[in-house]
Design a protein around this ligand. Sequence first.
Ligand code: SF4
Length: 927
Amino acid sequence: MAAPRPSPLPLGALHASHGGCWLRDSDGRTRGLGKGEAIMASADTPLLMLNAPLVATRLGYPDLSGLDLLELFAFVHPARFCVPTPKGLATALGLAPPASDDAVPELLQHAAGKLLETCESSNWAEREGAWSALQSLSRLRWPWAQVIAPHIKQPPRAERWLFTRLPEWEEAPDRPQPGQIVLDPEAIDARLAFLTGAGAEQRPGQQAYAREAGHTFAPRQQPGLPHVLLAQAGTGTGKTLGYLAPASLWAEQSGGTIWVSTYTKNLQRQLRRESRRVWPDTSTEGSVASGNRQRVVVRKGRENYLCLLNLEDALQGGFSGRPAIMAQLIARWAAYTQDGDMIGGDLPGWLGTLFRQRGIKALTDQRGECVYAGCPHYRKCFIERSARASAQADLVIANHALVMVNAARGRDHAQRPTRIVFDEGHHVFEAADSTFSAALTGSETIELRRWVIGPERGSKGRRRGLAARLADVSSYDEQGAKAIAAAREAAEALPADGWLQRLHDEAPSGPLETLLGAVRSLTYARDESGGQEAGYGIETEAAQLDGNFVELAGQAQAALAELRHPLMKLSNRLEALLEEPPDWLDGLGRARIEGARHSLGWRIDLIAAWEALLDRLGGPVDPDFVDWLAVDRSEAREYDTGIHRRWLDPMKPFARVVLEPSHGVMLTSATLTDRSGHEDDDWETAIARSGAAHIDVAPRLCMAESPFDYSNQAEVLIVTDVKRGDIPALAGAYARLIEAAEGGVLGLFTAIRRLRAVYGRIADHLARAGLPLYAQHVDPIDTGTLVDIFRDDPHASLLGTDALRDGVDVPGHSLRCVVMEQVPWPKPGILHRARRAMNGGSSYDDRIIRARLAQGFGRLIRSREDRGHFVVLSAAFPSRLLTAFPKGTPVIRLTLDEALQRIASSVSLDRTTEPETPDTQDAGNKG
Ligand code: SF4
């Protein structure tokens, strides 16, 4: 129940949606007004508003400013979840949600009043640090500072600074190697029964699946031959608890660590929740501070975490203007965060878009410039803490890319995963594809230059080059100093600031830029993809290169070797220092040098991979690889240029780097196999895409069918009268489908251009009917937040591309219709063409499309209570692709009008028999 309403803050409040604009003045009168008047009103006096960038987009006036309630929320309740909509804000503050758009300005006044009341309350959980932060924010002229200053009392004693408040991590001895144990199937059943809870319905499919998963953790018999299990688990099987049951049992009995790897952040969140059933006594929260061993650790790539040294620099003048305000709000968050994860953790996804997403990135360690033990915050560093905690954990929740990178170049053997469950296993191929790729591009090479040389000509910030990072080594070791100087000189050959413009002006500087200039002009000369006219990226295969191009590649290769040699020499000097340490080298110094050696090592590997790539150009084709030249563009603006190399089959390096050293690996997903219609073939692709064949392992196979009644819960509607390429007709179809379903539509597109065109034509019209429409690539909101908004409002609809196809888990009424704009054909790029030729031509395309259809369909029915329609707008949908949908799902070809009738009548039926929306938090058997 909503709490009594707090006194409203007597300031004007503005709300703008696609349906119109409303202003409430300080005297409590609300009126509708035009966009021009709304802009004028906001220029006259600071108005309360919610999500200023979104209001600015709605008004078509990017310079809009005001008192953004989201900024105030981030200050008062850092690290607390809030869906950034009027309803979401009301829910987060315990207020009644507004009944209509015109009630929103009043809500904003009450919400502001409530937040100020909190500041005065003795129960304000996040009070510590607020007064000091406010002093800094006042100096930065944060618009809220004056408003809230009278409500926050100066504390009697000086508040501790963030960097003194954060807890330190403790060193812990290495864990012994895990015991070799075989799990008892009955013990697995019992654990599963415990996890699903007393009274939960028995699911024989889940039980069999859990027992199969248990085999993954058995002792292996030969080196290099892990147990490999491929387990398909239809939606609703309960696969998460199905594998957590044997995994937790194994961790408990053997004393080892299980890694569960996911592709989407969504599943990471779900796993975090569900792991609490297994380890209820220790959550992931707060346990570091308390000094207890963390049993469950979420581990991400270092570029996800806040770097405290970067934050300190930003707070001390590295950032100015709006980014400096953002840094203060992030410092508030840093004191209350669970784990310092800025991307998908408890930092609100919307905070970056209120300021600048780049500002968030600048606070992470994107470039690997960490100075490890040389950093004053090393003992409090979130990254170091998470790495150490994962070595001691029972369960590490990670993502595919991190698991692969860790296996390939992890800093510490003890932290390398050996028992791994790849959930969302159908994405392992994609993740391996990008992990084991090489790209010699302008943006990659300039990063390397900055890493070696450090700041040049007027760049700000704490960024330091190799010489500064290893100053003590060079003062002690003459040869090390020489190697650093030689590396610095050689790095001058790499692209420098302004390289894109110089390429455009055909005035490159240095051997690498000269090569990239040749790449650019050859790509423009040869590309026939149609991307040139459409403003997209363009590419051409790295074939038939003339003598001049090959010579330029040779010069670039020689320049890279010039850089690699001194880096190798330096690495050897560091190794010698560690072997015969001087007196001054204490434990922390040692850790810092080990860290430096590690980052040197992977840059040496990176340069070697680039050299190998260049060495091949003009020579015989290597059948293992596909090489191509590309100019990356967005809306005709170039942002990168370079040469790319991918493995034709990335599961080859995956097998060597990840499978071979492991003892047990499980790949599981609801869409692991291909539903080709010939059951014998279904596993063929899954086996090939597991990499097991490359190490001569025959994987175990397991299939758990979904318990859902698809014949009654879903319908596939293939709409045959919307012409392909007819944007007005496409937009009209989307609008009518959303109206018929009364919102709750997820629209999936294969091209951003069409998505934007459709959105632009229908958003206003739908908003006036009370059906808000959101879109990826249009709304200034990150994807995770868009999904939160969509989940929160059953009348909202969401349009998006690939990331939404299987990154959305919205059970219940909020998602009742998925609409695909056309058959999701693969993009016919150079890489696709090569893989298609190797894998059976059109049948390869079919497999990709079936997988995409199955993933899109999988968004629709997430629980037994869900019902819905999956619509494909395609006049000529090939029948051979229909097997993509689960057995028994009715498939109907029909006109748009007929589809609208079916959807509308099912919505009115649902209205009369509407079940309670299941609580995702408690849907323990979902998966
Ligand atoms: S140890 Fe490295 S990542 Fe951590 S705060 Fe210091 S510089 Fe940043």
